[in-house]
Write a protein that binds this ligand. Structure first.
Ligand SMILES: [Zn+2]
Length: 242
């Protein structure tokens, strides 16, 4: 099974955490970045765990600052070709950065991904419809709407466009998240932890991927093995892992 989204640079004692993940059956982890510093750290971790950690570079809406934008974009443009994806990027309507600024940065980022033929890992909190519109009209072919909790109408359209959603351990308690997981076909779902995000007060790590899989299996009425098998296949094909 593959953890499709983790902030490895934020995990304490990352080596031990990756070992625990491996012994719980996690064969690979996609490490995502949010700004130059976390992108660099993620690339460094990926370099130490070849074939296990695959890096993505991004510029998170929470990280956007006018005086750093050009530098972040240049860094991503330079490093993206050697990464598996652009991410984490997106639009967040509950953060302080102005909408107009977020739209402009997101638009530029996805055009870099389009140019490099890389998939996009999207943070779309309270911005699902607009984020979908921008992604689709930029001609992006591979996109994952991370931790999707949006409305059914947007979900239907993004699935029709061939995009995926990802699910997290929040499946255990978030009604909107559960609803999306129930509606989307299993072939359109990837599993992740978003580690080290806390779920009900507990700090997560990639080894907790099994929690996500158990919840997904329960929602779908299938075995954990089947959920693991199909979502791993989805993830390998989305990120073009061998
Ligand atoms: Zn994240």
């Amino acid at each position: 099974m593959i953890d499709g989204h983790a902030h490895l640079n934020e995990i304490k004692d990352i080596d031990a955490s990756i070992l625990r993940a491996a012994s719980s059956g996690v064969s690979a982890i996609i490490g995502v970045g949010m700004d130059i510093e976390s992108n660099r750290a993620t690339l460094e971790i990926a370099g130490r765990f070849p074939g296990i950690v695959y890096p993505a570079v991004g510029y998170h809406p929470w990280s956007i600052a006018a005086h750093e934008t050009e530098e972040n974009l240049a860094f991503i443009e330079d490093r993206l070709p050697s990464c598996v994806a652009l991410g984490e990027v997106g639009i967040d309507y509950r953060t302080k950065v102005k909408k107009k600024v977020q739209w402009e940065v997101y638009g530029r980022l996805i055009s870099v991904a389009h140019e490099a033929d890389k998939p996009v890992i999207i943070h779309c909190r309270f911005s699902h419809a607009h984020t979908y519109e921008m992604t689709a009209s930029a001609g992006i072919e591979r996109a994952v709407f991370h931790w999707f909790t949006g409305e059914r109408a947007v979900l239907t359209r993004l699935l029709d466009s061939g995009y995926l959603i990802s699910v997290t351990p929040a499946l255990a308690y978030s009604p909107f998240h559960r609803e999306a997981a129930a509606f989307a076909p299993l072939e359109s779902i990837m599993v992740e932890t978003d580690a080290p995000v806390q779920y009900e007060g507990k700090i997560s790590e990639p080894a907790d991927l099994i929690v996500t899989l158990r919840e997904l299996a329960r929602i779908k009425g299938i075995s954990v093995e089947e959920a693991a098998r199909v979502t791993e296949k989805n993830t390998r094909s989305f990120y073009r892992l061998s």
